[in-house]
Design a protein around this ligand. Sequence first.
Ligand code: HEM
Ligand code: CA
Ligand code: CA
Length: 301
Amino acid sequence: QGTRVGFYSSSCPRVESIVRSTVQSHFRSDPTVAPGLLRMHFHDCFVQGCDASILIAGSNTERTAGPNLLLRGYEVIDDAKTQLESTCPGVVSCADILALAARDSVVVTGGANWAVPTGRRDGTISRASDAANLPGFRDTVDVQKQKFLDKNLNTQDLVTLVGGHTIGTSACQFFSYRLYNFTSTGGPDPSISPAFVSQLQALCPQNGDGSRRIDLDTGSGSRFDTSYFANLRDGRGILESDQRLWTDASTKTFVERYLGIRGLLGLTFNVEFGRSMVKMSNIEVKTGTAGEIRKVCSRIN
Ligand code: HEM
Ligand SMILES: [Ca+2]
Ligand SMILES: [Ca+2]
């Protein structure tokens, strides 16, 4: 019924090494593909389940929806798929390639490995309007929790998975409103550390280039580590939704546990991240005879 580790062990035994070497070689020439692929997998799983619906090209597909416009790494999936179609034609789903590539992206940036269950099949529906239920950067913690709970992900999964922001960047357009006249107060968002506000204002000037990108984890944007949580503690979160994880008591305790704060039962980010990713990558999966195995990841057969 569900997915399982080693689903392709006899039908396509080289699948994992092909995906891994493809991610590695693209990463060497363009390190931004790693955060790109991790985020793409998240955006896939939250809309129609982990079924590669995000990869379908065309008018009014998910790809064209606002929250997906800046996704990157499509070429990595296409490259892996081309190789897999010559090695084991018609066998490996695009949804599995994306799930494996997301794991490999964490590993190339220094995170711990985990076993990815496979056996997903590709969906045949992709609608821009469905992207509306993705979490938003202005969402309160209650809304973030609800959106994750709708996918059977609890508060620990929320904090852990948003910890994916330990790598990658955000365009200024998603947070510069926090730096100037925040909610008409005239000043910046008071939850940002004052010293950090001036740094961010220099990087994202008012009425400047909203497409300019800055690290979501200041000082450690290319390493998969717990520095992101320390930044939240220090009022150095970039997105409003991120900084709120430290303001709300129910999410703050998980941030503290990742930071090893005394008196709390510690949690190891690397270990928990793999666990929560396995849960996320099993959201509403299609298996067995549901869906299809796409021949080309950007279009249904
Ligand atoms: C409340 C939930 C979340 C919100 C509101 C959110 C929002 C955002 C936003 C606004 C960006 C900047 C996009 C851009 O400028 O291109 C971003 C980037 C990113 N997000 Fe999230 N995110 C959330 C959860 C997650 C989760 C669960 C993951 C993965 C497990 C993730 C992985 C990433 C990564 C890796 C980037 C960097 C992308 C890049 O550098 O291209 N996010 N997120
Ligand atoms: Ca999907
Ligand atoms: Ca980091």
